[in-house]
Design a protein around this ligand. Structure first.
Ligand SMILES: [Fe+2]
Ligand SMILES: [Fe+2]
Length: 433
């Protein structure tokens, strides 16, 4: 398609106009990623977390693709300013009352408005001048359209009552009106795609909803047995390595917590790295579930930890990253190579291959920590070294966990509160976190 648009038709976007529209996509994608991270710990099942971790990672990647194109259109000069016109809309977006309203907001309201805008944008931009923007739009379209279809299926399966559907539609209308007030997705002067917009005054209680707050409890309703910390239960010691993947089930929640509480002005690569890590962790958990089942173990023989979340909530972001990447993940790597050897000796190629792919991901996670911890320390003018952050993060985590264990009448293991010296301490893969 080589149609020619002309400024006389009012159909041609100049470079500056395209840049303005892309900045709006960027702000919305980033806000979507953060909102989904904030809501992640409220998702009631691992099944939902598995899909949603992928979605929030794709939003971070989408923001990065858009940012790259914005920089190109600035002739390589950056950084660029984010628009403020969408602030009211984006501020209200996370304030959903429950899961159905959240799904309707993220996917059927915001992502649907984005998809409508991409279609409008594709119709209007010159396919020769601006082909690189078209590449970005087609990438965004593919995943946003898939996710909208996914959300429609999820909502359909919930068999919502008529009153709930009406309440959700009212909230969607309120958000659509806020978006229309901000000029729609594309901005003032460009055809706004805001169907079903209702006056923002339709129900004053919408505007009075308080800011979103993270929960203090997390749930895994589809796991047959939950536990305080890693709990291999009846899984034999030889297979603790396979269980170790299942017990990572809450690590994506930790990563989403870190992203949610990170300053917005960190480089987009930081958010891409940490959301990639969140997506990797739900894959690792799924690998663990699949292999445990293939080996004939049942998930009610071992625990899915849900109480570490409370300890993480009390830690600082830098301690969380230090503990996760420089203690938990860094210390898990050596033991994994021994297990590959052991499984191959027993002709268990599947378990060995699982660990090989995991090492590829986990080495990346340790590198993310090594890259971003010094950056965060520098921003905070914090004189500590990365090593000290690992020691402090480990102490903070274990101190909070000791309180949680005590509150549940559980003993604190010997040496649990000792200072972190190095990875030699980790003998059992199920205890690497
Ligand atoms: Fe992992
Ligand atoms: Fe990891």
């Amino acid at each position: 398609m080589l149609a020619h648009f002309s400024p006389e038709d009012g159909l041609l976007f100049r470079v500056e106009e395209t840049g303005k529209i892309l900045r709006r996509y960027y702000a919305i994608k980033k806000a979507l990623m953060k909102t989904q991270c904030g809501w992640f710990s409220r998702l009631p099942t691992f099944r939902l977390k598995y899909d949603c971790a992928r979605h929030l990672y794709l939003d971070a990647k989408g923001a990065q693709h858009v940012a790259q194109r914005i920089t190109e259109l600035m002739y390589g000069r950056g950084p660029f300013e984010e628009p403020t016109a969408l602030n009211d809309f984006l501020r209200m977006m996370p304030r959903c009352l429950d899961l159905p309203e959240y799904l309707a907001t993220i996917y059927l309201t915001v992502k649907q408005a984005l998809v409508d805008a991409y279609h409008e944008h594709l119709k209007r931009t010159d396919p020769v001048f601006d082909a690189p923007t078209i590449d970005v739009l087609e990438w965004l379209l593919r995943y946003d359209e898939e996710q909208i279809a996914w959300a429609k299926r999820e909502l359909h399966q919930m068999f919502l009552r008529k009153e709930d559907k009406q309440r959700i539609a009212g909230w969607q209308g309120y958000l659509a009106a806020l978006l229309a007030d901000a000029g729609g997705i594309l901005g003032e002067g460009v055809h706004p795609s805001t169907p079903n917009a209702q006056p923002a005054t339709c129900d004053p209680s919408y505007a009075e909803r308080p800011p979103y707050e993270l929960p203090w409890e997390m749930r895994l309703d589809d796991c047959p047995r939950t536990s305080i910390d890693s709990e291999p239960g009846e899984i034999p010691a030889d297979y603790h390595m396979v269980y170790a993947y299942y017990q990572e089930i809450d690590i994506a929640d930790l990563l989403c917590l870190i992203v949610y509480e990170s300053p917005d002005d960190l480089p987009i690569q930081y958010f891409v790295d940490l959301t990639r890590q969140a997506w990797d962790e739900v894959r690792h958990t799924t690998m663990g579930i699949r292999r445990l089942q293939e080996l004939g173990f049942r998930l009610d023989q071992c625990g899915a930890p849900v109480h570490r979340w409370k300890a993480w909530r009390k830690m600082s972001n830098i301690e969380r990253l230090g503990w996760l990447t420089q203690v938990g993940e860094a210390c898990s790597l050596a033991g994994k190579r021994d297990h590959i050897r052991k499984y191959l000796e027993n002709s268990d190629t599947i378990s060995a291959a699982q660990i090989e792919y995991d090492i590829a991901d986990e080495s990346g996670h340790v590198r993310f920590g090594s890259k971003w911890i010094p950056e965060l320390l520098k921003r905070a003018a914090d004189p500590r070294t990365k090593r000290q952050v690992a020691v402090d993060g480990n102490r903070s985590f274990r101190t909070h966990m000791a309180d949680i264990l005590t509150a549940h009448g559980k003993p604190i293991p010997d040496g649990y509160l000792n200072e972190f010296q190095g990875c030699e301490d980790v003998a059992d893969p199920a205890a690497s976190f």
